[in-house]
Each structure stands twice: as structure tokens, then as C-alpha cells.
Design a protein around this ligand. Structure first.
Ligand code: ME8
Length: 662
């Protein structure tokens, strides 16, 4: 493992304020940066803004201001959000920085001098939104194959980078370096893309069409294509934003984190540019998946863009960081739903971790005078050893998961220990031990083990939830700080001497939060709740019960009486159709024996309407009707699946509609 760790996020366009998608990549990079700093590696973590190009020029024109003023005005929305999210970037680059522009020009000149850039007439189909040309065969019905907006035929003299000549070298590199493009499905996608001939890359725009960019050093009438300018940021930052003189030695980057939308530009454009510049390629490019919101594509026009600022204000920064990385395996697409957020908040943060910390510190206060007692090896039991063993295995597992960017599995592993620790308290029952003076030594040993497991958990959650870790650290009276490389070697159970006083403090994750109001409409920072949002939530819980709040906590168990209130019935699907403007919802007409019902269900990604006709399923027949996208739903269907529907619950065709399911 290399001693240095250079991690980057995409540099985000300043055409709008940041949303959860931008927060996601940046939080993921932050977790890695924090983890590897704790592991003693020399970390450089870069993020920043992509300030040139057509999108930014258009956004400025719309606001009736010049592009630089526009960028300067929007920049704080990103910087302030990163501060709020506890992002620990080492540098924040802006592509309008003079030093960056000079380095872009130097790279261009070097390629031009080597005849790797040439001028030619080009005619093609241009998509203004994506700022790229498409060939005749790419364009479908006059539309951009990527964003489906209309394309226009544009003819101009441009400069081209001889990208095509690197095709085979790039294929060879990808094949020889399995970790170069991750996850594997994306690697295969890029290899598939490279099966087709690779064209040269147009890297200039005439100023007559676009003036907002870095001027070509060899032609003052042109500016650089925004991607050529933007990608160079990963190198330029090392020259003027990283500590010197070691800055440039951070290259090659350990990891470029990107969303799947910009995989090709990174895996193909950037890699071939680097080959042209005779620089080593980054060690890894990881393309993560895409967030939708309550089953819908996130967009301003739909009014469903989730504002990270509002989420943080409502739930706290660490709950937000936790949810994004816990909910979806990194690399896969995910859906942001308020129901899922609240469910995890209540079960995993408030109940599991919050309770553990609060119970343990209360008992240390009550039974040990707010000091962590020494343990007496003679009073140790298998329960203690089981806890110690699980904690001792934790960091090895974390290290492996984070190497593979399995944030969700890393958190799952940590929460395994949280749950074990809660069970440990239930089984050892320190409050009972405290009533019997003969058990004093056993009680102190149990309390010591509790302090130790909290110490391990404090270190483990630190990269994910810095604020929580800091609160746990001070409450436990630990004198170390997270600026120290605390995980250079993994902690050993029992080797810590506690010197400080423990304090209980307030609840880390208070319950009874105010109702959600975290989706932004047209004003990015404005929070709102709509009735339709509420019904979306209800419906979401209906269409997939496991999303609706199933938790592992005993506090959430229900009695048989409550369960018996739910009327499950056999139903036959008579009609099925898609709900317009939704790729997830299907409107079903079902026969429930005594009547026909309409049910709107979030199963449209799994099933085409036609394959459901005539099928026999199970429905909840006594749910209050709810509206979803304005359509009334009179019940819910039963389906399996943690988040995405895996399968509806089908019954044999001869099961009679209306029959009870018990
Ligand atoms: O593409 N789900 O900038 P950009 C997950 N400037 N991630 C999302 C997301 C979503 N719904 N929406 C955005 C650019 N992202 C260029 C990059 S890099 C040299 C130049 C995240 O503002 C994700 O990381 O459009 C995605 O790749 C990035 O924001 C796109 O940001």
C-alpha cells in the first residue's frame, strides 16, 4: 500500500447550487480521506468547481451577470455546504484560478508541439446541454442519445486531440489493471465502449460560439473544450494548491471518485490525455450509482431536489452522512426516501448507537463515579471475551471494506458491534450487579468492557461521523485527538488507560424529530412539505413494507393483536398500466372478491404492466386510501425486496380472490 493517498471528487459545475448527488460523492471521498489519515497515510483530498463552459455561461446569461461574477456568487454555496457537512478537503480548486488556466495552456501547448493536437473542419450533431458532438449514428430522432434534448448540426474548424491512437493502449491498460476502473460492471462498460472505433477528441470551441473558457495558447480565436480544462484540475492542483515541494509527487492519483454519468470522460478522455502527456494513469476510477428521490429522477422542474442544508438542519450532519453511505451499496443506484431515512435514523442511530452510548455512560456515572474502572481478569466471562473478540476483528474488516469502497458493509460491520454491545448490556444487567456488593468486581469488569467497546466504536465511526465520534471521545474522557494517526496500528482491547472523567451529555440522536421538510422546490435552500410528499411516503411504505419502518429493535416489535388488524387477501390483477411521468409506479385494478379496487404500487421498475395481467397476488385490504401523484390507491400489494422490489408475492392461479391470507 502506497504511503500517500490522493483522492478527488469531480469538480462540480457552478450552474446551480449543490444537492444530495454532489454531497454523496464528496462525503464518500471525505470518509476515505479521514480513514487513511487515521491510518497514517499522507493524504491529499481535492474537490472544487468547474467554472467554464457553456452551462456556466448560459446560467450567468440567465441571471444577467457576467460569468465570473456568477461563479463568485455561487461558489460559497458549495464551500459553505462542505463546511456544514464536515468535509475535510485539503484543497478547493476553481478552474478560473489563474494558475490552473496557465497549467491547462501549458498542457495544450505541449500536446500541440508533439503534433498530438491538429486542426480540422468538423461537422456534427451538437448537444448544447452536454456540450458535445454526436455522430450521425449516435443521434436518434434528432435527439441527443444522452439527455434526449434536440441536437443541431454544427460545422466548424476545431482542434482535435489524437485520442483515437490510444485505443489499444487503453484497452491493454484496463485489462492489465483490474482495479483501474471500478466497479467491475463499469469496467466492462468501458471495455465495451472501446470495442467501437475511438474518434479523435475535439478540444476547442470557437470564441464566436463560446467565449467563457481558457484561451488556446496557439489560437486566440478559440477556447478550450470545458472537459479538457476541467480534467487537468487533478494535476494542476498538485502544483499550486498542494503542499510543496511534495505536491506533484501525489501523482498518480490513488482514486478519482465520480458518478456513473462522467465515467467515459474520466476513463477514456482523461486516460488518453494523460497518455499523450506521458504521465502515469490514476490507480483507480470508481464510478458510483445515481440517486433518485422517492422513486423519481431528481430535477428542479419536478420540485424534488433534496437540499442537503435542510437535511442537516433537521437531522444533523452525521445522520445525513450515515444514511447516504449506509442505504445503498456504493456503485449501485439508490433511492432517497424520507421513510427510509427516518426508519434508519430511529432504528440504527437513535435506538442502536444513541441508546448504547447513553446507557453505558449513565451506568459509568452511576456505578463507577464517572471513571472507567480497571477490570479484574478473574471476573471475566465468555460474554466479555466474545465482545472483545468482535471488537478486535472490527478494524481489519473496516480496512478491507473501505479498500473496496464498500461503505455500506463497513457501517453494517460497525453496527454489528453496536448491537452486540447492546445485547451485552442486556445479558450482563449491570443494574442487577450493582444491587449486590459481592458482585462489585464483576460490575467493574462489565463497565470496563463497555468503555472499551465505546472506545473502539468511537474510532470506527470517526471517518463516517466525525461529529458523533468527537462527542463520544469527550464523553468517554479520551485524551487522544483525531488529528493523530490513531489507526496506524489497530487498537488492542484492554490496552487503554482512561484518565478523564466520563460525562453523559445529551442525546446524540434525539427522537421525535420535527416532520420532514427537506426537499427543495425552486428555491434551493427552501424546505417544504407537500401533501403529495406525505402520500408518496405512505405509498412507499405500502408498496414495500420493509421500507416502511421494519427495524431490528425490540422497541419496534408488535403484538399478535396488532398484526391481526391487518387484513391480507387474495386478489387478481384485472388491469395494469403505468402512471404517466413515473418509471416506478403502476396503477392496478384488482379483484378482491367482494369488489374491484385500484392500487398504485411502486413495482414498475420490476414489472411491465402486461406481465401482471391475470396474476394472483396478496393485498392489504384494510388500508386507508392514499394518493400518489394525484391517483388514489385503495390498498397495497405485498412484495419482497429491501429497497427495490425483487418479487411480488404471487399465489397459484386457482387461489380465489377475496380469500383471507393468514
Ligand atoms: O459533471 N446521484 O459536474 P456536475 C449521484 N463538471 N451523484 C450525483 C447525482 C445524482 N443524482 N447528481 C450529481 C460535472 N452527482 C463536471 C465534472 S470533473 C473533472 C468535471 C454527482 O456538477 C456525481 O459525482 O454535473 C456526478 O458525477 C457529479 O455530481 C456531476 O457533477
Amino acid at each position: 500500500m502506497s504511503q500517500s493517498f490522493y483522492v478527488t471528487t469531480p469538480i462540480y459545475y457552478v450552474n446551480d447550487v449543490p444537492h444530495i448527488g454532489h454531497a454523496y460523492t464528496t462525503i464518500a471521498a471525505d470518509v476515505l480521506a479521514r480513514f487513511y489519515r487515521l491510518r497514517g497515510r499522507r493524504v491529499f483530498f481535492l474537490t472544487g468547481l468547474d467554472e467554464h463552459g457553456q452551462k456556466v455561461q448560459q446560467a450567468a446569461a440567465k441571471a444577467n451577470i457576467d460569468p465570473q461574477t456568477h461563479c463568485d456568487r455561487l461558489m460559497p454555496a458549495f464551500k459553505n455546504l462542505w463546511e456544514k457537512l464536515n468535509i475535510s478537503q485539503d484543497a478547493f480548486i476553481r478552474t478560473t484560478d489563474k494558475s490552473h488556466q496557465a497549467i491547462v495552456q501549458r498542457c495544450l501547448q505541449a500536446l500541440y508541439d508533439k503534433d498530438l493536437i491538429y486542426q480540422a473542419e468538423y461537422t456534427g450533431w451538437y448537444c448544447t446541454f452536454d456540450e458535445r458532438f454526436w455522430t450521425e449514428k449516435d443521434v436518434e430522432n434528432g435527439q441527443c442519445p444522452d439527455c434526449r434534448r434536440p441536437v443541431e448540426q454544427v460545422s466548424e474548424r476545431n482542434y482535435f486531440f489524437r485520442m483515437s491512437q490510444y485505443r489499444q493502449a487503453l484497452i491493454d491498460h484496463i485489462k492489465a489493471h483490474p482495479a483501474f476502473i471500478r466497479p467491475e460492471s463499469r469496467r466492462n462498460e468501458v471495455l465495451g465502449f472501446l470495442q467501437k472505433p475511438l474518434e479523435d477528441l475535439s478540444i476547442s470551441r470557437p470564441k464566436s460560439r463560446l467565449s467563457w473558457g481558457v484561451e488556446l495558447p496557439f489560437d486566440r480565436d478559440c477556447v478550450t473544450y470545458v472537459w479538457f480544462d476541467a480534467l487537468v484540475n487533478y494535476l494542476s492542483a498538485l502544483e499550486y494548491l498542494a503542499p510543496q515541494p511534495e505536491g506533484p509527487h501525489f501523482w498518480p492519483a490513488s482514486l478519482h471518485l465520480v458518478g456513473k454519468d462522467i465515467l467515459t470522460t474520466h476513463a477514456v478522455y482523461w486516460s488518453t490525455m494523460l497518455m499523450g502527456m506521458e504521465r502515469p494513469l490514476p490507480e483507480s476510477i470508481f464510478a458510483h450509482g445515481w440517486w433518485t428521490v422517492e422513486g423519481e429522477k431528481m430535477s428542479k422542474s419536478r420540485g424534488n431536489v433534496v437540499d442537503p442544508n435542510a437535511m442537516v438542519e433537521q437531522f444533523g450532519v452525521d445522520a445525513f452522512r450515515y444514511f447516504l453511505l449506509r442505504e445503498v451499496p456504493f456503485g449501485q443506484d439508490g433511492d432517497f426516501s424520507h421513510a427510509a431515512f427516518e426508519s434508519r435514523y430511529n432504528a440504527e442511530l437513535a435506538n442502536d448507537l444513541g441508546n448504547l452510548v447513553s446507557r453505558s455512560l449513565t451506568m459509568l456515572g452511576n456505578f463507577a463515579n464517572a471513571r472507567v474502572p480497571a477490570m479484574d481478569p478473574k471476573s471475566q466471562t465468555d460474554l466479555d471475551r466474545e465482545l472483545a473478540q468482535a471488537a478486535s476483528n472490527l478494524f481489519e474488516a473496516l480496512d478491507t471494506h473501505l479498500r473496496h469502497l464498500e461503505f455500506n458493509r463497513a457501517l453494517e460491520t460497525i453496527w454489528g458491534l453496536v448491537q452486540l454491545a447492546n445485547q451485552y448490556i442486556d445479558k450482563t444487567a449491570p443494574w442487577t450487579l450493582a444491587k449486590d456488593s459481592a458482585q462489585e468486581s464483576r460490575l467493574q469488569t462489565v463497565l470496563f468492557h463497555l468503555a472499551e467497546v465505546l472506545r473502539f466504536l468511537t474510532l470506527a465511526v470517526a471517518p463516517f461521523m466525525p461529529h458523533t465520534a468527537e462527542a463520544m471521545r469527550t464523553r468517554l474522557g479520551l485524551t487522544v485527538t483525531f488529528h493523530q494517526p490513531l489507526l496506524t496500528t489497530f487498537p488492542t482491547w484492554g490496552d487503554h488507560r482512561y484518565t478523564g472523567e466520563t460525562t453523559k451529555g445529551t442525546s446524540l440522536f434525539p427522537k421525535n424529530l420535527p416532520k420532514p421538510s427537506t426537499t427543495q422546490t425552486t428555491e434551493p435552500s427552501a424546505a417544504f412539505t407537500t401533501t403529495s410528499e406525505k402520500s408518496v411516503k405512505e405509498q412507499k411504505a405500502q408498496s414495500n413494507p420493509s421500507d416502511g419502518g421494519a427495524t431490528s429493535s425490540t422497541a419496534e416489535l408488535i403484538g399478535i393483536d396488532e398484526f391481526m388488524k391487518v387484513q391480507l387477501k387474495v386478489a387478481k390483477i384485472l388491469q395494469a398500466e403505468r402512471v404517466p411521468k413515473s418509471d416506478k409506479l403502476l396503477k392496478l385494478q384488482v379483484d378482491v372478491g367482494t369488489e374491484h379496487r385500484q392500487i398504485v404500487a411502486g413495482i414498475g421498475k420490476k414489472y411491465a404492466p402486461e406481465e401482471l395481467l391475470g396474476r394472483t397476488i396478496v393485498v392489504v385490504a384494510n388500508l386507508k386510501p392514499a394518493k400518489l401523484m394525484g391517483i388514489e390507491s385503495q390498498g397495497m400489494v405485498l412484495a419482497a425486496g429491501d429497497k427495490d422490489v425483487v418479487s411480488l408475492l404471487f399465489l397459484p392461479d386457482d387461489a380465489l380472490p377475496g380469500t383471507k391470507v393468514k
